[in-house]
Design a protein around this ligand. Structure first.
Ligand code: HEC
Length: 157
């Protein structure tokens, strides 16, 4: 199928278990990793994401879906907010919960979504909670969410 991507995904998964365990607190909650690498979201995107997603988010046909004009639509369906964090590329990146939340808050408007301030921003706490729960079946979860996307309002000319 796509062996290199699959290999990358399985390596990511192994990291996720470690991250999830490290984040678990004695009370059973999840402490967000607030450390920041000090880089701006677009720089973190360049180093951690754009190898697959491409600088403009168009992805790689047949392998990595385009995020342009699409990614924010997940915010409109139940489970979609968690999905954007739980996809292996997000959840298993080496970014802290604080840096990943800033990256997603930057990415959503950048890819044609609502402007910053016009959608509920991700917080590090929310990201930590989603990351602590691994997504078992990415492909089918994604497909199911997409079928629930509301029809887009016709664009005015
Ligand atoms: C190894 C390639 C790869 C890297 C690196 C990667 N992604 Fe992805 N990403 C994918 C693939 C493939 C998908 C489609 C879902 C899946 O199969 O994981 C995806 C899906 C997504 C989605 C959901 C959009 C959709 O339409 O499914 C988001 C959000 C996302 N990635 C964010 C990120 C972020 C943020 C980073 C960097 C921190 C990142 N990704 C790094 C390959 C990658």
């Amino acid at each position: 199928m796509r062996p290199r991507l699959l290999l990358a995904a399985s390596l990511f998964c192994a990291t996720a278990v470690v991250v999830a365990q490290a984040g678990a607190t004695a009370s059973g909650g999840t402490a967000p990793n607030m450390a920041s690498n000090g880089r701006k979201p677009h720089v973190n995107y360049m180093t951690e994401c754009q190898g697959c997603h491409m600088p403009d988010g168009r992805g790689i046909a047949g392998h990595v879906p385009s995020m342009k004009g699409e990614v924010y639509r997940f915010l409109d369906v139940p489970g979609g907010r968690a999905f954007l964090v739980q996809v292996p590329g997000s959840a298993n990146s080496k970014l802290s919960d604080a840096d990943l939340s800033s990256l997603l808050n930057w990415l959503i408007p950048k890819m044609g979504g609502p402007a910053e301030g016009a959608f509920k921003p991700y917080t590090p706490e929310e990201v930590a909670a989603y990351r602590a729960r691994r997504m078992v079946d990415v492909v089918n979860t994604r497909a199911a969410l997409i079928t629930r996307f509301p029809a887009e309002a016709p664009k005015a000319n």
